[in-house]
Design a protein around this ligand. Structure first.
Ligand code: 3PG
Length: 207
């Protein structure tokens, strides 16, 4: 099921790789306090689900989703811990079937894939790995013939190229790990993360 309504109003979604509940809560507090309260936790670590569970419990007003979801089992496990949306790099038939009643942003990298997901009722698709696929230029080219679908690009987006994406009205939101990298989280660089989040919010406000 389409997740557009769940992620609406969040132009930037921090994509987080984290493996420790205490750090997940500290990071969630920081992100929520700077207004970045739609957060994707990738299912790439052993304790990612447990981090989602802790964040959902402590920050009920935030919108916490699961990323890197590639199997129906992962989708169900994420929902079981309270994840409110899921993001996938692709769109297998099994995953789309399992997501019939679950908010999902499936991935599409070609015109055919975007068209197939549009036909299946998806209004927003992930575009990954965005920069390697040609970035905003490719998205703009796809948007010429394919109307209405919105894009959620991730992969290689940083402060330096973020504006190119934000400037296009077919971008539902931009995702990325540059705000809070796993190295920053691991090394407790909370001040750096906070500075980046605040400067991002200033930029969004000025947009
Ligand atoms: C994702 O899972 O969406 C990407 O790994 C995020 O890409 P980035 O780390 O280049 O921001």
């Amino acid at each position: 099921m389409d997740a557009s309504k769940v992620i609406a109003g969040h132009p930037v979604v921090p994509v987080i790789v984290i493996n420790e509940e205490a750090k997940a809560l500290r990071l969630a507090e920081l992100l929520v306090s700077t207004g970045l309260d739609c957060i994707e936790i990738t299912l790439r670590t052993e304790r990612a689900l447990s981090c989602i569970k802790a964040m959902v419990k402590e920050f009920p007003s935030a919108t916490i989703g699961a990323g890197s979801v590639v199997t129906p089992d992962q989708l169900r496990a994420a929902e079981d811990v309270g994840s409110q949306f899921a993001v996938s790099p692709g769109a297998s038939a099994e995953l789309l079937k399992a997501a019939a009643t679950s908010p999902l942003v499936p991935g599409a990298a070609t015109a055919t894939e975007v068209m197939q997901l549009k036909s299946a009722g998806y209004k927003t698709v992930k575009f990954f790995p965005a920069e390697l696929l040609g970035g905003i230029k490719t998205i703009r080219a796809l948007c010429d013939p394919i109307k209405e679908v919105q894009f959620f690009p991730t992969g290689g987006i940083r402060e330096s190229n973020l504006q190119d994406y934000l400037d296009f009205d077919r971008i539902a939101c931009v995702g990325g790990s540059w705000l809070a990298s796993s190295a920053d989280i691991e090394n407790d660089h909370w001040d750096d993360i906070r500075r980046r989040c605040k400067s991002l919010q200033d930029r969004i406000a000025a947009n």
